[in-house]
Design a protein around this ligand. Sequence first.
Ligand SMILES: Nc1ncnc2c1ncn2[C@@H]1O[C@H](COP(=O)(O)OP(=O)(O)O)[C@@H](O)[C@H]1O
Ligand SMILES: Cc1ncc(COP(=O)(O)OP(=O)(O)O)c(N)n1
Length: 589
Amino acid sequence: MTSSCHTQNSSVPCVLSIAGTDPTGGAGTAADLKSITAAGGYGMAVVTTLVAQNTHGVRDVHVPPTEFLATQLTAVSDDVTLDAVKTGMLGTADIIATVAAWLDQNPPSILVVDPVMIATSGDRLLQPEAEQAMVAFCRRATVVTPNIDELAVLTGQPRATTEDEALDQAGRWSAETGVAVVVKTGHLDGKRVTNTWVGPDGTRIAVPSTRVDTTSTHGTGCSLSSALATRLGRGDTPEAALTWATGWLHEAILHGAALQVGSGHGPVDHAHRSRRLQAAGAANPWLAHDAVPPVLEAPQDLDAPRDPDAQRGRTLTTETPADVVQTVPSVAPAVTPVGPWTAALWEAGAETTAAIGASDFVQALVDGSLSEADFTFYLAQDALYLNRYARALAALAARSASTESQQFWSQASTGAITEEADLHRTWMATRPESARTTASPVTSAYTDFLLATTLGEDRAVGVAAVLPCFWLYAQVGGGIPDVPADHPYAAWLDTYRDPAFVTAVQGALEQVELELAGASPSVRAAAARAYLIACRHELEFFEQATRLEPEAAAPPQRSAEAAPARQSAGESSGDSADRATADLAVAAR
Ligand SMILES: Nc1ncnc2c1ncn2[C@@H]1O[C@H](COP(=O)(O)OP(=O)(O)O)[C@@H](O)[C@H]1O
Ligand SMILES: Cc1ncc(COP(=O)(O)OP(=O)(O)O)c(N)n1
């Protein structure tokens, strides 16, 4: 009698990894458990082989008796209902036969097979005489995740040298076996790495990502297949599951080197996403109460050395991931300050400005690898933001002390609404669902802050609060030397590099310089605080698309009775896997 390993209706799928070990934690069961956890599952592991390895390669492999493997497997299945199973290193024909026999008795609704054969280090992880047993084993899967070399063995074809060749090989094999294939181009050259779900009916779902120039790729295949199994086990469609797994792994690879684990091919940072989200959810105030002195008599007071606590208060909160804080160099302004007060503001906000430039979102926007879905979300929020920003600028126009200031803020307000209309006319018009979006918590917090400040605080405070939107966008736009014509977001980037926009930024800087020069010392301090808070709102605004969770999938369907019912008398596990594949193929369409 099996029972669920979690509460009823929980959307936490129970996922079993059947794989070898890596004592340095980058590959095998260790990587699988970290990936399953990161993907939102409850991870379990049955060990096939004990591998003495590190980031330089494999030293030795110990294979425990297969009787013990069988005992481990039944210990799990006698007690726990599984939502997905992932297999990794199986090592020998005997192990493959033992796992296959267990699967016959306990067919899972999702079986992801990573046909591990040879590690990137060149070490063999599957005995040569077991290759054909692995090829046959793959036919049981819902989906297999071979690298380019493993795909060649699987299909009996020469190693593919292009993505198209690999897709053709996978397509033919999938049509013949009824098993889906994820074609991974990590082992090919090219600026992009694409994972493509190839279904038996010819379905192709391509999920591209930018190739990261790093040696921290140990265990990427294990991690991708475990995350995929978890998202499928959770009820995601193949497209949603592969998109999530690819995006999450990309972030993990990007930040793997910062872990500094080992001196060879290091592991990926499986937990980077969860640490980033944890930092984003921290309730710490963004500024310490003494980050800005209570009065600013002169511009240098803003930059004067303060006690260490106050200095800490100006960092991006102590919970910000260490590698974000440590790798931000101070940046030269793309639009130079127009006087001592704006120069002091730039210095005071330098850390946040640098963090914006270094953020994964802005980097992906600038290099063009940002997914269309994330850009569309960002743009829809930007349109909502601009509508309210225009009102804040109009409030400043209404409160202006001179005709020149009134003209400047009125024109800026009109410009913001025109920009919003342009966004709707172009990108969003072809994506009607984005026009139905409402303001996110981040967008609302920012615009509420701007409206409250421009309407309710001293005018100088309001003027300082609206400055980052001008200045920091010019910074992002001006940070790119050239935008190639085929860049997917060229139109957006060009807007913020446009000389007319740079002139508007200079106008805003002049207004801030004027207001701060004429304000009282305590109002100047409040203005500096407002500027720094608005800089932080800008960072949050950019980053918010990287915190989007796809819509929750249906909780996995399972019950104590469900497991045996999956294999009725006489039904082969192959049939069961075919049905699961067919279900997935339907979901993919
Ligand atoms: N340098 C890289 N940059 C970005 N993504 C990568 C990189 N290397 C691997 N990946 C990701 O890891 C996945 C698995 O890597 P790959 O090297 O193709 O397989 P394996 O680890 O099984 O040999 C790829 O499909 C891709 O999503
Ligand atoms: C125990 C164990 N299983 C699998 C691998 C290979 O890992 P993989 O994810 O295919 O990535 P590389 O390390 O080969 O890049 C392993 N090393 N150990």
